[in-house]
Design a protein around this ligand. Structure first.
Ligand SMILES: Nc1ncnc2c1ncn2[C@@H]1O[C@H](COP(=O)(O)OP(=O)(O)OP(=O)(O)O)[C@@H](O)[C@H]1O
Ligand SMILES: [Mg+2]
Length: 236
């Protein structure tokens, strides 16, 4: 169970002001749950069926600086990175990502589909590495200037199944975080579910064991509703 301070922190997130005519959707969840597969399919549907302008981006990465930080973070040659160092590196990449890519695109009216964001730090470093949500939120709030997603799709799947999928995709090669124990990945999964339970207006849980088409239809239906909501980013 998260400590009391975690709960306080996630029950009362700071809300950023309305940031422009676009939208910011985040895809979260454990390894191999199907986030990247869906992002590309959703992008096509938004562009072809709804004539939207869409940007796909990802964490850690999304910018040149972020990509360099990503290489450090996922390097299996650095097996025992200090947990706080890891959390700060993710937050540094995120600050650059929001400032250079996400915020300008949303302000121009584009739809941003982002493969992982702030909640990944809550789940992986806050829960998985036991740093707590409060510490993670403190410097991410500052780093992003409290830039929250409009909607977060949480891909839920047993980590054993997800890691099997991830491993099959890469021929058995797993990165530094994928190599963590099942206990770690179970903590990550439960953390995402807890976030979704506490704030159902921001999070939509996706049953990631469903077929690719079923998941796509579920997300598109939800996204269409979100896009019709006035003042989307204040609806959290
Ligand atoms: N609904 C699904 N059912 C079965 N297999 C799937 C499904 N969605 C994706 N896959 C397959 O599972 C593998 C992992 O998918 P994907 O790369 O999209 O996951 P991911 O969540 O982005 O993983 P990572 O966390 O490693 O980035 C891929 O080989 C993909 O084809
Ligand atoms: Mg992926």
């Amino acid at each position: 169970m998260p400590s009391k301070s975690h709960q306080t922190s996630i029950q009362a997130p700071a809300l950023g002001p309305r940031r422009g005519p676009g939208a910011f959707f985040v895809f979260e969840g454990g390894e191999g749950t199907g986030k990247t597969t869906q992002i590309h399919k959703i992008k096509r549907s938004l562009e072809e069926d709804l004539q939207k302008e869409v940007i796909v981006t990802w964490e850690p990465g999304g910018t040149t600086l972020g990509q360099k930080i990503r290489e450090m973070l996922l390097d299996p040659e650095i097996p025992k990175m200090d947990a706080r160092c890891e959390a700060l590196l993710f937050a540094a990449a995120r600050a650059e990502h929001v400032a250079k890519i996400i915020a300008p695109a949303v302000a121009e009216g584009k739809i941003v589909l982002c493969d992982r964001f702030w909640d990944a730090s809550r789940a992986y470093q806050g829960s998985g590495r036991a740093l707590g949500f409060q510490a993670i939120d403190r410097f991410n709030e500052w780093g992003t200037r409290a830039y929250y997603p409009d909607r977060v799709y949480v891909f839920d799947l047993d980590p054993r199944k997800g890691l099997e999928r991830a491993s099959a995709r890469t021929g058995g090669k797993l990165d530094r975080l994928e190599q963590e124990s099942y206990r770690f990945h179970d903590l990550v999964r439960n953390s995402y579910l807890k976030l979704a339970e506490i704030n159902p207006r921001r999070y939509h849980v996706v049953e990631a064991s469903s077929s690719i088409d079923e998941i796509h239809d579920d997300i598109m239906e939800d996204m269409k509703k979100c896009l019709l909501t006035p003042n989307l980013s204040s609806n959290v």
